[in-house]
Ligand binder design. Structure first.
Ligand code: OGA
Ligand code: NI
Length: 324
């Protein structure tokens, strides 16, 4: 298990620089754009996603992860299904178990629901409602961003993730408490330096994360330092993904992030990765570049990029081969 050498100083002061955006206020569009430029990361409040829905889904997730390993491995699979410790197929490991599902609009027909859930119908309905609601919020956020950038029409970005054929993914992560004999380096917050999920950027357009009240997520700042993201179960955290970095010609940065294991408490997170359709062409938006020479990236399709990302290591700079 990888150990980290550098403890995080910034959060120990209690101050968090992470932008908090009230998306019920149209004027937040400027703060949103600034957050995407400065951090590639922000927290969203007044989002309108039902907390009851979130609780149902979290409860079902906790029940699932409590099942014996032999039950969970029955639904082990790639790219969708259960996984433990191994993240992807290229040698990355972490102190995490997870369940990955397709979340596009017709995933109702997904054959993967294993009957392992206490109540599969409850889980399935909660998941459908949750992804519908989060997709709506995501479109709203992308429209505000488009407005903030002065781009027309407003749906220039949101249409990429609300199309019928979008390639979106839903992921449940469970980080069990990491026992002390594995953790040689406990710090004062009950945090430790064992990697739950190694540093990476998300390849999609934007990712929407919600977690229980256990911290562990960290983001990398422009100066290269890591800061902890204080947990907040009632809010959503948005990550700019690689594809949005390309669409904005590098104006927005896809944020590098990671999760450190906690020695005392379990972390449960759910992430909606909003991706475009497989055939979608990804290139800097023409309204953000004066001419093609200014484009920092070669054009690619989402399917090409995804394929490439699936064959790389988590911490690779996956955009590099697509730079001009
Ligand atoms: C991811 C991720 C963070 C978390 O799954 O891509 O960054 O808190 N997860 O689980
Ligand atoms: Ni991620």
């Amino acid at each position: 298990m990888a150990l980290l050498s550098k403890p995080n100083e910034k959060t120990e002061s209690g101050f968090s620089p992470i932008p908090v955006i009230d998306i019920s206020d149209p004027e937040s569009k400027h703060a949103l754009v600034k957050a995407c430029e400065d951090f590639g990361f922000f927290k969203v409040i007044n989002h309108g996603v039902s907390s009851e829905l979130v609780s149902v889904l979290e409860h079902e997730a906790v029940e699932f992860f409590l099942l014996p390993a032999s039950d969970k491995t029955q639904v082990a699979g790639y790219p969708f299904g259960y996984g433990n410790r191994e993240i992807g197929r290229n040698g990355d490991v972490g102190w995490v178990e997870y369940l990955l599902m397709n979340a596009n609009l017709d995933f109702g027909s997904h054959s993967f629901f294993p009957g392992l859930f206490n109540n599969p119908e409850t889980f399935r309905n909660a998941l459908l409602e949750y992804t519908t609601s989060v997709r709506k919020m995501t479109s709203h956020v992308l429209e505000m961003i488009t407005d903030g950038l002065g781009i027309e029409p407003r749906n220039t970005l949101s249409k990429l993730v609300s199309d019928k054929n979008t390639d979106s993914i839903f992921r449940l992560n469970h980080y069990p408490p990491c026992p002390h004999h594995i953790n040689t380096n406990t710090n004062t917050n009950g945090g430790n330096n064992v990697i739950g999920f190694g540093e990476h950027t998300d390849p999609q357009i934007i990712s929407v994360l919600r977690s229980n009240n256990t911290s562990g997520l960290q983001i990398n700042l422009a100066d290269g330092s890591w800061i902890s993201v204080p947990s907040d179960p009632s809010s959503f955290f948005f990550n700019v993904g690689d594809s949005l970095q390309v669409l904005t010609n590098g104006k927005f940065k896809s944020v590098k992030h990671r999760v450190l294991a906690n020695s005392r408490k379990s972390r449960v997170s759910m992430i909606y990765f909003a991706g475009p359709s497989l055939t979608q062409r990804i290139a800097p938006l023409s309204c953000l570049t004066d001419n093609e020479d200014e484009s920092l990236y070669k054009e690619f399709t989402w399917s090409e990029y995804k394929n490439y990302a699936y064959h790389s290591r988590l911490s690779d700079n996956r955009l590099q081969p697509f730079e001009r």
